[in-house]
Design a protein around this ligand. Structure first.
Ligand code: GLU
Length: 559
């Protein structure tokens, strides 16, 4: 039952005279002029710790929903809980989004920097706006001052526990809901501490239905709690603040974690009390991780990969992480990617309703696979730029090598790149040092273990023979023809099939000969195209490697 609207003297006692009216706010923040169906979304983190992978996941869903509909994506900072705030919390969030190329259209874009006509976008700077709406609620009899102390509330909870009923400030348990106006005025004027509470119109035995874009129609108990709207210091609670913000920022779609589902009836009640239209909701399930055959939530405390800074430090390319996020967000994405291997991510028709209601599974090997696939399609130029940017932050020695001779670095990165079947060696930039190590004498560590069936003496002979015929001008065919020609005189079959037919007659085959060369040049058995590597290394470095290996093989042979 609605109380008689409160006397304006109560409002005057509760609120400073300078708070704007709700009408003035409506005029200041008018409905947006956007195309039909455009979604206005917001990512609304609290600056209480690092940017979490789950947050990135939600922010990306916000970004895609806004972009796909010609809408707007807002970053709002919810800093009503100053006690939990951490230093650099805001910068960490903004930089995290920037690193992953999640563009912010409006809102907080840097430390104490905002952009857009619907601000301020930091809750601690919106006090007057909350007070304007709170004042209107008091005028309408929908909010009231509550003078209960913490001790009284503790005692109330204890009594409710004994009675075996729901805990909270509601119905007959409310002590201040029906205080006479004179008493309210007297206590406020006497300077007694108070909070401002919603005068709930709901009935806890009733159910409400709320559509959810991921979960379909939700049936939930109606809110009957007289929750706190403004705390004793005048700062709003999250519940109240976000309703006011979503309304005046003209947010149309709220995509957020399903841990807020329990509060959804309260939020709906608050939208109704304020006379605002609730947004469309999409509640996302938490990102999960597989462990010991079971599943659990990705944990801030236990999993290093829960912090998005982990991906930056490891040098996962931002667009690859986006690609991976899409595989988590939309079940149809991988089919689309197979059909459109080179299409831009922005062209994917993202849909909230295809989000899994049961929780996406975070899987590092899968992320690596996605990154390898995407990176394989990057040009050498792009990999060079990514690698250099990462190395400048994390590996100064590598950065200096890459910068010293960019053309050399790009030449080696272009090996086996660009063709129909590019190699997929690299997933992240922290692998780059290892990947390029044999191209740089400063990083190269010779160390050869020959396959068991190849004697060191034969390896030495192969190298000596090759050194005699090597020419830096050889094209790939000539290069290979020369290697084949070396084989038979050294007892190796130039033809693998022939070797398989008569294995007893040969020491090995042409593949073994190239293995010896590969080992001598790169100290590895598995590399991209050897001819291209030899060319990129250049005559001087190549000959030094061959000499060096020859000496090693010769030494290990006991005459
Ligand atoms: N500040 C809330 C949080 O960090 C935002 C919840 C919402 O998106 O409404 O979880």
């Amino acid at each position: 039952m609605l109380q008689t609207p409160a006397d304006s003297t109560l409002c005057a006692a509760l609120f400073a005279p300078d708070s704007p009216t709700v009408e003035a706010l409506e005029a200041q923040y008018p409905p947006r002029e956007l195309p039909e169906g455009a979604a206005v979304t917001r990512f609304a983190p609290s600056p209480t710790g690092f940017l979490h992978f789950g947050g990135l996941f939600g922010a990306f869903a916000d970004r895609l929903t806004a972009s796909g509909s010609g809408g707007v994506f807002i970053l709002r900072i919810e800093d009503t809980d100053k006690k939990r705030e951490v230093e650099d919390g805001v910068s960490g969030i903004v930089e995290g989004l920037r690193f992953f190329c999640i563009k912010i259209d409006e809102g907080v874009v840097g430390f104490e920097q905002e952009r857009g006509a619907y601000g301020p976008y930091t809750q601690s700077r919106r006090r007057l706006i909350y007070h304007a709406v709170a004042k209107r609620l008091v005028e309408q009899g929908l909010a009231y001052p509550c003078f209960c102390t913490e001790e009284e509330l503790d005692e109330l909870r204890a009594r409710q526990e004994t009675a075996g009923v729901n805990k909270g400030y509601y119905g007959k348990w409310t002590r201040c809901r029906d205080l006479p106006l004179e008493e309210q005025l007297r206590r406020v004027r006497a300077g007694e501490a108070y909070t401002l509470r919603l005068r709930s119109q709901g009935d806890g035995s009733q159910r409400i239905t709320v559509p959810d874009l991921i979960r379909g129609k939700l049936e939930l108990p109606e809110n009957n709690m007289d929750v706190v709207l403004l705390k004793a210091d005048g700062i709003p609670t999250y519940h109240f603040a976000h309703v006011v913000d979503d309304h005046f920022m003209r947010v149309t779609h709220v995509i957020r974690s399903d841990e807020w589902l329990a509060n959804l009836p309260l939020h709906i009640a608050l939208f109704r009390a304020c006379g605002f239209k609730p947004p469309k909701y999409a509640h996302t399930a938490p990102v999960m991780k597989e462990e010991n055959g079971g599943k659990r939530k990705l944990s801030k405390r236990r999993d290093p990969e829960a912090a998005v800074s982990y991906f930056a430090a490891q040098g996962y390319p931002p667009y690859c992480v986006q690609e991976y996020l899409l595989t988590l967000l939309n079940s149809g994405f991988e089919d689309w990617r197979r059909a459109n291997p080179r299409a831009m991510l922005e062209d994917y028709p993202f849909q909230l309703k295809k989000l899994s209601p049961s929780g996406a599974l975070f899987d590092l090997p899968k992320l690596e696979d996605v990154c390898k696939n995407v990176l394989a399609l990057y040009s050498a130029e792009e990999v060079y730029a990514l690698g250099l940017a990462w190395a400048k932050e994390h590996d100064a020695e590598l950065a200096a090598l890459l910068e010293r001779d960019p053309d050399y670095a790009k030449a080696l990165l272009s090996i086996d790149r660009g063709g129909a079947k590019p190699r997929k060696d690299l997933a992240r930039m922290s692998q780059l040092r290892e990947y390029v190590s044999y191209f740089y004498d400063a990083l190269y560590q010779p160390g050869f273990t020959l396959p068991e069936h190849i004697a060191a003496e034969d390896a030495a002979r192969i190298l000596a023979a090759y050194a005699r015929v090597y020419s830096p001008a050889d094209d790939k065919e000539t290069w290979f023809a020369k290697i084949k020609a070396l084989c038979a005189p050294l007892g190796f079959s130039p033809d693998v099939k022939e070797f398989k037919r008569n294995p007893g007659q040969w020491k090995g085959h042409v593949g073994d000969v190239t293995t010896v060369l590969r080992l001598a040049v790169t100290a590895r058995r598995n590399t991209p195209d050897l001819w291209a590597i030899m060319r990129a290394l250049g005559e001087e470095r190549l000959c030094a490697r061959l000499q060096n290996a020859l000496a090693l093989f010769a030494e290990s042979h006991i005459y």
